[in-house]
Design a binder for this molecule. Structure first.
Ligand code: ZN
Ligand code: ZN
Length: 152
């Protein structure tokens, strides 16, 4: 019984970590990266050559936060550990979808056929059509409905 409760709260904290990351990264992207931090973030919008871009420091900051939380919570296996796992899961999926599938930094997959994955790709490409001002689609996993409706 106790084990099941622990598992349930672990899963809940992972989901909280994952959900908060989408909300946080949406807000940070919209208000900071396209604001005062534009000089760093623009390296992602105007990327031309090389594997790394200055914008990757945001990955290091988010990843670092997850590592610290996991480190702090690992002895007690408390919420900090599972929050850190949720943030890590978000980071891994974000990397696979955003960096591999959409921007093709590594050529692991072909273009997606799945409707949701195509919608994510379209929404993010719309984001990249803009520069600092009047941009759209700052999140990744939460896709505006109109991209889901578009059929081929
Ligand atoms: Zn952007
Ligand atoms: Zn991008």
């Amino acid at each position: 019984m106790l084990f099941e409760l622990n598992m349930l709260s672990a899963i809940l904290w992972i989901l909280v970590g994952f959900g908060c990351m989408e909300a946080f990264s949406w807000a940070i992207h919209k208000y900071l990266m396209h604001g005062v931090l534009w000089n760093i973030h623009k390296t992602h919008h105007t990327h031309t050559k090389g594997f790394f871009e200055l914008n990757d420091v945001f990955t290091l900051i988010f990843g670092g936060t997850a590592i610290v939380l996991i480190f702090l919570g690992v002895d007690a296996l408390d919420y900090r550990f599972w929050l850190g796992c949720g943030i890590s899961l978000y980071g891994c999926l974000y990397f696979i979808l955003h960096d591999v599938l959409i921007h093709r930094r590594l050529s692991w997959f072909n273009r997606p056929k799945n409707k949701y994955l195509r919608a994510i790709t379209e929404a993010h490409k719309a984001h990249h059509k803009t520069q600092k001002e009047n941009s759209v689609s700052f999140g990744l996993f939460v896709v505006p409905k109109k991209y889901l409706k578009e059929e081929d």
